[in-house]
Design a protein around this ligand. Structure first.
Ligand code: AMP
Length: 182
């Protein structure tokens, strides 16, 4: 199978919902991909492929769809899993990072003992749009001493150029397919 056919299969497995959660947004719904056993496996295999056989200590998944994909990636790489959550959801002591939204700010956090300095970490989410969320996650992990090997996403929205925010942190970005617009 060629790379193109993986992209075609994954593209066909993703459902687009217009005007969700608000007017003008084309919501790229991966629940249809997750519910398709073959597409789910191929997506996870393609995400991990560059690091198969490498020593990765932790996979950090961004709430909430990054948990599903990140858990599968961690299992494939025999790595641990670190949840990066919205503020107020984690039970132990946390470290936080604030980031800008279109209107106002938001905060993500993780447990303060989740990463050991020098850990090799892969960051996983379903989609990179403006890159604000993943940028905050990468900064938070780097502050804790993580060596982020890559940030991986199934979907890139290149019109928003989120990738450049992550690359500016010296973190390589891996995406499997693109959708035009935002
Ligand atoms: P951003 O911080 O702008 O890169 O937004 C990334 C987060 O918002 C990810 O967790 C995505 O799941 C979600 N997101 C942003 N835009 C979309 C979209 N068009 N369709 C689905 N999810 C999106």
């Amino acid at each position: 199978m060629t790379e193109t056919s993986i992209q075609d299969e994954l593209l066909a497995a993703i459902r687009t919902i217009p005007d969700y959660p608000k007017e003008g947004i084309l919501f790229r719904d991966i629940t249809t991909l997750l519910g398709n056993a073959r597409a789910f496996r191929r997506a996870v295999d393609a995400l991990v492929q560059p690091w198969a056989g490498s020593k990765i200590e932790q996979v950090a998944g961004i709430e909430a769809r990054g948990f599903i994909l990140g858990g599968a990636v961690a299992h494939q790489l025999s790595a641990g899993f670190v949840p990066i959550r919205k503020k107020g959801k984690l039970p132990f002591e946390t470290v936080q990072m604030t980031y800008s939204l279109e209107y106002g700010t938001d905060e993500i956090e993780m447990h303060k003992d989740a990463i050991r300095p020098g850990d090799k970490v892969i960051v996983v989410d379903d989609l990179i749009a403006t890159g604000g969320t993943a940028e905050a996650a990468c900064k938070l992990l780097q502050e804790q001493g993580a060596e982020i090997v890559a940030a991986c996403f199934i979907i890139d929205l290149p019109a928003l150029n989120g990738r450049s925010k992550i690359e500016a942190l010296d973190v390589p970005v891996r995406t499997l397919l693109e959708f035009p617009g935002h």
